[in-house]
Design a protein around this ligand. Structure first.
Ligand code: G4P
Length: 525
């Protein structure tokens, strides 16, 4: 197969959702319908069970499972589909945001009872940064959920995206009778079944087809006709261009746990989802079809077994062909490395990979050289754009408890930051080190790993910081600001200037007083 053909057949996407909406269930069902697994129940949830946790090691062990399911590749209808899993727990949200930089599209799961939840909104913001195409799957139709139109309104409003229903529910909860596929004009009758793999659809000629009465009572047909008429009147036709630009989300309805509505989703996905497209480096746009290999690292997973201190770096291939055993250039380090140990992910098995193509994810074993955001190439020097850091939610100061081990602490902190466990900010004044995280869990992770892997004993003390804001502006104005607020200025791990605001009100005041300085809550602006 030529490189072009390999690219054309790849679809790399992520499934995102607020915890509990049904992401794990849907992932599994897609694998089941795609023929990648034979029975339901084979995909372990990477959900972290906080209720029964005794310490964070348990959580890490549970999280270890997610390495195996980090990427699930399978062949379906001549396509190579790569599903990238995202951690369910909110404390690992930053991991999810980074994973989204490595996909070409997403499927967003929404619980029909709960509607658009907080985490869904945040995830959508991240998708919008790169105009990632989104398909929505409204799940749990077997429950008494909210009105379908109301849910669609909420998606449009809260997620700021146009929607186009591709299927329509006939009833909901106890009265659920099926879904009508507007896109293909067929009827999928509901029958709860957790193991079935084929949806037997009834082909009909639209909602006016008299044959409908063989399957549905008159009242259900009347409602369906009315609603489909309304759908076609209110929502624009599906527009592939708008979907690919991230402006329109096609919407499907179903029940993942009952294997219902999955086939429609998967088939439409394979029809409309984008193949790998070009990506930008600092220097230029790189096409996937370029013959030279390039890719970037979006995730690093540490091996928790102290006897094997290696880590796995996940590389998204962006152009050319990756070949095991080749030397590739790490742009940040300006150095060539040989990658003889590379892993691909098929269904749930890891296997050694000889070659990989744009859209594929390769796992590289690493002993500490690689860092999230690194670009690998065949010599070209541009770094792939787009792995931003978000201003953390919680901040604590690092206190070294053992003066003899400062070097170990320094090394440990830097390596753990490279893995993306948390963010480190070093104050210009006094070199105070403050760590920022999304959740409290990461402080436990850091403390434990610093001690066990690096022999460094550190404590994390509460500090009064509300937000870390990356700052920019004209040189003079920025210099004047930094001088004025020098006690509150720090640098992130890349050396970028950051203003550490103590309270929301104070930040607002400072923003008003320095209108020429821009304050950003994301490291890329
Ligand atoms: P997540 O990865 O998004 O966090 O969600 P997950 O798939 O783990 O699903 C969360 C819960 O919702 C699970 O129940 C799952 O069975 C249930 N669920 C998923 N799809 C549907 C659906 O279509 N209808 C209904 N009624 N429930 C659904 P659980 O009780 O937490 O776990 P389990 O014991 O059922 O596995």
């Amino acid at each position: 197969m030529t490189l072009e053909q390999e690219i054309e057949r790849r679809r790399t996407f992520g499934i995102i959702a607020h915890p509990d909406a049904g992401k794990t269930t849907l992932t599994e069902k897609l694998l089941l319908f795609g023929g990648a697994i034979q029975t339901a129940g084979a995909v372990k949830s990477n959900k972290i069970d906080m209720g029964t946790r005794s310490d964070w090691m348990d959580i890490e062990k549970q999280r270890g499972i997610s390495v195996a399911t980090s990427v699930m590749g399978f062949d379906y209808k001549n396509l190579k589909i790569n599903i990238l899993d995202t951690p369910g727990h909110e404390d690992f949200a930053e991991d999810t945001y980074r994973t989204l930089t490595a996909v070409d599209s997403v499927i967003m799961v929404i619980d029909c009872v709960k509607g658009v939840e907080k985490q869904t909104e945040k995830l959508m913001d991240v998708c919008r940064m790169r105009n990632t195409p989104v398909i929505c799957f409204i799940n749990k139709l077997d429950r008494e959920g909210r009105d379908a139109f109301e849910l669609l309104d909420e998606i449009e409003e809260k997620l700021d995206i146009k929607v186009r229903p591709m299927s329509w529910p006939i009833g909901m909860g106890k009265t659920l009778r099926g879904v009508f596929n507007i896109h293909e004009n067929n009827l999928n009758l509901y029958e709860p079944n957790k193991q079935k793999k084929v949806d037997e659809v009834v082909q009909i000629e639209g909602v006016e087809d008299p044959n409908l009465s063989n399957y549905l009572p008159d009242s259900a047909i009347d409602t369906l006709k009315e609603e489909v008429e309304l759908v076609n009147g209110v929502y624009d036709e599906f527009d592939s261009k708008a979907y690919l630009n991230g402006d329109m989300a096609p919407v499907f309805f179903g029940s993942a746990v009952n294997n219902f509505g999955i086939r429609e989703l998967l088939d439409c996905f394979t029809e409309i989802a984008p193949q790998p497209y070009s990506r930008e480096t600092e220097q230029r746009e790189i096409l996937p079809t370029e013959s030279k290999f390039s890719g970037f690292i979006f995730k690093i997973h540490a091996n928790m077994d102290p006897k094997h201190r290696n880590r796995i770096a996940f590389v998204r291939v962006c152009s050319g062909k990756f070949q095991r055993g080749s030397n590739y250039f790490n742009v940040r380090q300006n150095k060539n490395f040989r990658f003889s140990n590379a892993t691909a992910f098929m269904a749930q098995q890891k296997e050694t990979v000889e070659e990989a193509f744009p859209g594929d994810i390769v796992g590289l074993y690493d002993t500490g050289n690689l860092k999230i955001g690194d670009t690998l190439s065949e010599g070209e020097k541009g770094i792939y754009k787009g792995i931003p850091s978000f201003s953390p939610e919680l901040f604590r100061e690092v206190i070294n408890m053992d003066a003899m081990k400062s070097k170990q602490l320094e090394k440990g902190l830097h390596q753990l930051m490279d893995e993306g466990v948390a963010q480190l900010f070093t104050f210009e004044m006094g070199a105070r080190k403050v760590v920022g995280t999304v959740g409290a869990l990461q402080f436990e992770v850091l403390q434990y790993r610093l001690l066990n892997e690096y022999g460094a004993n550190a404590k994390f003390e509460a500090v009064n910081i509300y937000k870390a804001c990356w700052i920019s502006g004209g040189d003079d104005k920025l210099d004047a600001f930094v001088k004025d607020k020098y006690r509150h200025i720090a640098r992130d791990k890349e050396g970028k200037l950051v203003f550490m605001a103590e309270t929301k009100a104070w930040l607002q005041m400072v923003q008003e007083n320095f209108p020429d300085v821009q304050f950003h809550f994301i490291s890329e602006f």
